[in-house]
Ligand binder design. Structure first.
Ligand SMILES: C[S@@+](CC[C@H](N)C(=O)[O-])C[C@H]1O[C@@H](n2cnc3c(N)ncnc32)[C@H](O)[C@@H]1O
Length: 247
């Protein structure tokens, strides 16, 4: 146990402070973070194609492409000029690191070790993203698109992931948006394909009241399961949502 565990949410000292955020942040989580938060293994991505929706500056797509997986990311952020997108994601590391440091004791540091290591991982991730985003043909795999509408064929992907967009920003995007977004993500999955979403709490670290209703609503399209994440961090623990598209 490290110093950040002490006095953290684990000690249970009342309601954790909300994460202060206006608009949607363009963060850049690393492949290693995705692998842990979504509990992914090689079997999950090797069939391909894979989609990272709301991919931001994450290295997930670059890493998978580097090991020969047919991987794509979709995000309205990619409509920007290449260097501006990279600069915005770089700035977000600065801003988010300061916000997290200001409330470090609210978080679970067992995965990252410390705020410094958290930041270092994000910097490495952004370098990997930037290298791929600057490369030839990048715009064919980093697609400017916004949920609830995706420019991909029905049944194209075997795996889609959504990290830190759906549900996290539930104060800005309503239940109807979330239902339409999930139906759209299921549309672009093959039968038997998986959609994994994390976290299932808002920026106020509160659960989503309509989540059970939403899962019921898509029950004819997909089988749902809540799975413990392998990346504990949020002040309120959250599972990941795994949906498997019915055949
Ligand atoms: C907090 S970042 C997460 C980035 C990355 N997935 C990660 O975990 O580091 C949220 C991303 O959602 C994107 N976003 C905002 N509105 C969106 C929409 N309607 N559809 C898809 N992505 C959206 C933002 O541009 C931003 O890059």
């Amino acid at each position: 146990m490290n110093e950040f565990h002490e006095g953290s949410r684990i000690a249970g000292e009342g309601k954790p402070p909300a994460y202060p955020q206006t608009g949607v942040a363009n963060t850049c989580r690393a492949f290693k973070e995705y692998e842990a938060m979504f509990r992914l293994t090689e079997a999950d991505w090797q069939a391909g194609p894979v989609l990272d929706v709301a991919g931001g500056g994450s290295s997930f797509t670059a890493h998978l492409r580097g090991i020969g997986v047919d991987a794509y990311a979709a995000d309205p952020f990619y409509a920007g000029l290449t260097e501006q997108v990279i600069a915005d994601a770089e700035k977000e590391i600065e801003v988010s690191s300061a916000k997290i440091a200001a409330n470090a004791n609210a978080y679970d540091w067992s995965f990252y070790g410390s705020p410094e290591q958290h930041r270092k991982l994000r910097e490495q991730s952004l370098r990997r993203f930037a290298e791929d985003f600057r490369s030839e043909g990048a715009r064919e795999r980093y697609v400017a698109a916004a949920l609830p509408s995706l420019p991909f064929e029905d049944g194209f992907f075997s795996l889609a992931v959504c990290s830190h967009f759906l549900f996290l920003y539930a104060d800005a995007f309503d239940e109807r948006f979330h239902t339409a977004a999930i139906e759209e993500l299921l549309r672009v999955l093959k039968p038997g394909g998986q959609l994994r979403i994390y976290p299932l709490v808002t920026l106020k670290w509160e659960p989503i009241p309509y989540l059970p209703k939403l899962i019921d609503r898509v029950a004819g399209l997909a089988e749902a399961e809540l799975v413990p994440t392998g990346l504990p961090f949020t002040p309120t623990p959250s599972s990941l949502l795994r949906l498997v598209k019915l055949g």
